[in-house]
Design a binder for this molecule. Structure first.
Ligand code: PMV
Length: 311
């Protein structure tokens, strides 16, 4: 039997912009997906998915999940013509749009296969296998999710648009910061939303150039603020990043509503995270008391929340 884990993640800065080679910053979550692989008689593979999940998520993502598992198995050259893999996914990461659930699943599987078949792959190769898994979901994923899922911690990430190695830097933040994740319960298609942004950009390249340049300096400021543990600065930059995501039309009404609730209840900053048009929002709190207040306010409106620490 082989076992493996992949962390969930949240994008603190730069979703969508990362697709165009701009830097993004992600933080791995403490929660993870685990995979257990057993080899049994037969051929092909069978999946038991025991992950906790947002209603509808597993059904909506079923085909992509199966393709992702296939991609990882193929990339790792595991022969399933003369043996069958029994794969069980579990763990405390709630499968929802925006927490990097798909990357965590692919990473966990890659690690479990590595363990079971004693392949001795290092993190870099596990990350590559997880990226292959991610391709089943995103079309052309930036790679930020599988990178955060594989390495953990706070990650500065720049996609190499020429297809070479991406830039990946682990940031050692000065402080741990309380974060609330609010779940809209809506699962948007990343492929569709990414394609919509591309269309908008093609229709008005000059406007996008300006937005990209504003975002670029914002990302550099965010890196410094994170390294210094400057909560207030990070909060402000999160608000500005949210505004830019509104400008490129990826924040849905529901995201804006949860962001407003968080800010009214003391968040230092709040933004949508991930694909948008539903999915998740994140809110930074200065301490656990404020973190609890924000979470309660969002829950009072009927939405799930998770509390975590970043940094
Ligand atoms: O919804 P998520 O957490 O999988 O994030 C998608 C992030 C995008 O920037 C929109 C796409 C990507 O490939 O980075």
């Amino acid at each position: 039997m082989g076992i493996g884990r992949g962390f969930g993640k949240t994008i603190l800065f730069g979703e969508h912009f990362v697709v165009y080679g701009l830097p993004a910053i992600a933080s791995a979550l403490g929660s993870y997906t685990s995979a257990e692989v057993k080899v049994v008689d037969g051929k092909d593979f069978e999946v038991i998915d025991d992950r906790p999940a947002t209603p509808g998520y597993k059904v909506k993502k079923y085909d992509e999940a199966m393709q992702s598992i296939k991609n990882v198995i193929e990339y790792m050259n595991i022969d399933i013509g003369c043996q069958k893999l029994e794969i069980t996914f579990s763990g405390d990461l709630f499968a929802a749009s925006g927490v990097g659930a798909s990357a965590a699943q692919a990473t966990a599987l890659a690690r479990a296969l590595n363990d079971n078949f004693t392949l001795m792959w290092d993190d870099e190769k596990i990350n590559e296998a997880a990226y292959e898994g991610e391709r089943a979901y995103h079309g052309t994923p930036s790679g930020i999710d599988n990178t955060a899922s594989t390495y953990g911690g706070l990650i500065w990430f720049v996609k190499n648009l020429k297809g070479g190695k991406n830039v990946m830097e682990i940031l050692q933040s000065g402080k741990k910061m309380p974060l609330v994740i609010g779940n809209t319960g809506i699962t948007a298609s990343t492929v569709e939303v990414v394609a919509d942004v591309r269309k908008l950009k093609e229709a008005d390249p000059l406007r996008f150039e300006k937005i990209f340049s504003v975002y670029h300096s914002l990302a550099i400021d965010a890196k410094v603020a994170l390294l210094e543990g400057d909560y207030i600065g990070i909060g402000k930059l999160m608000n500005q990043n949210h505004k830019l995501l509104q400008d490129i039309k990826v924040s849905g009404e529901i995201n804006d509503r949860l962001v407003d609730i968080a800010l009214k209840h003391g968040a230092l900053g709040a933004k949508m995270t991930g694909t948008g048009r539903g999915g998740l929002v994140i809110a930074l709190a200065e301490n656990e008391k404020v973190q609890n207040n924000i979470a309660s306010a969002i829950e009072a409106e009927g939405y799930d929340t998770w509390k975590t620490m970043i940094g």
